[in-house]
Design a protein around this ligand. Structure first.
Ligand code: NAP
Length: 256
């Protein structure tokens, strides 16, 4: 049985929908004070209301130092500190290389990678006051392991998060702050609504478990990395993809 995390405070960025919302609701259900962050205050507050009494919604753009400072200030004002950061906010607009603009590239790197650095830096003083802390980054299989046409900037941002993580984990180890990452495969989120049954079936066919992941699958991995029992794990990744990266070719799936 794991030790309860009840009463600890978690900040979840990008928590107004999708995976971040799943993480926020899972942590809130485990009894944590939960800070739900997105650029939209109304959407963040709606998730906080769903999460329960020990949750607040905060509007912050985590690609800016001011936004990250504001979210930490809100956590401290309401809950007195920060124990856990789930750095999850991310965007994935597609653009093939021939058409990709410098602005496209900068926007994705800034939202996905620079935000990881800025949000970790912003929570550090609070975690140092606590004498320990947990950072759980939402990376992806796309970039660190796989590729997908249109997502070279996205893949670079997701692989970059892992490079950041490894050095951050070393620097923060003496402070008893661990830094780890979850690497989701294809997860069923609101973003897939309207893509059509054929599209979903095609995605499922490429996964050995023959289903998309759920936001709960990712949230459970994040909760483990945030647990007291994961204290000796740092700078590591957990792939949560139903086996998607395993087949060495389409023939491996056909041979199942
Ligand atoms: P999503 O449903 O589009 O949600 C993205 C969240 O990030 C929203 O809450 C959004 O709210 C917030 N956000 C975006 N830019 C922000 C900013 N600058 N500052 C603060 N919040 C911001 O995305 P998702 O599919 O759940 O993906 C979440 C994370 O999982 C991303 O890092 C993504 O790379 C990763 N991931 C997803 C999948 C998947 O299959 N879905 C697979 C692998 C990895 P606002 O727009 O209101 O700010």
């Amino acid at each position: 049985m794991f030790e309860p995390l009840q009463g600890k405070t978690v900040i979840v960025t990008g928590a107004s929908r999708g995976i971040g919302k799943g993480i926020a609701l899972r942590f809130a259900a485990a009894g944590l004070n939960t800070v739900v962050v997105s650029r939209s205050l109304a959407e963040a507050e709606a998730v906080a209301a769903q999460a329960g009494a020990q949750a607040i919604g905060v509007a912050a753009d985590v690609s800016t130092p001011e936004g990250c400072a504001a979210m930490v200030a809100a956590a401290v004002a309401r809950f007195g500190g920060v124990d856990i950061l789930c750095a999850n906010a991310g965007i994935f607009p597609a653009a093939k290389l021939a058409e990709m603009t410098v602005a496209d590239f900068d926007h994705v790197i800034s939202t996905n990678l620079k935000s990881t650095f800025l949000s970790v830096q912003a929570v550090l003083p609070e975690m140092e006051k606590r004498g320990q802390g947990r950072v759980v980054i939402t990376s992806s299989i796309t970039g660190p392991i796989t590729g997908y046409p249109g997502w070279s900037h996205y893949g670079a941002s997701k692989a970059g998060q892992l490079g950041f993580m490894r050095t951050a984990a070393i620097e923060l180890a003496p402070k008893r702050i661990t830094v780890n990452a979850v690497m989701p495969g294809n997860i069923a989120t609101e973003g897939l609504d309207g893509m059509g049954a054929d599209y979903i079936a095609g995605m499922e066919a490429a996964i050995p478990q023959k289903r998309l992941g759920s936001v709960a699958d990712i949230a459970n991995a994040a909760l483990f990395l945030a647990s007291n029992e994961a204290a000796y794990i740092t700078g590591q990744t957990i792939v949560v993809d139903g086996g998607q990266v395993l087949p060495e070719s389409p023939a491996a799936l056909e041979a199942m």
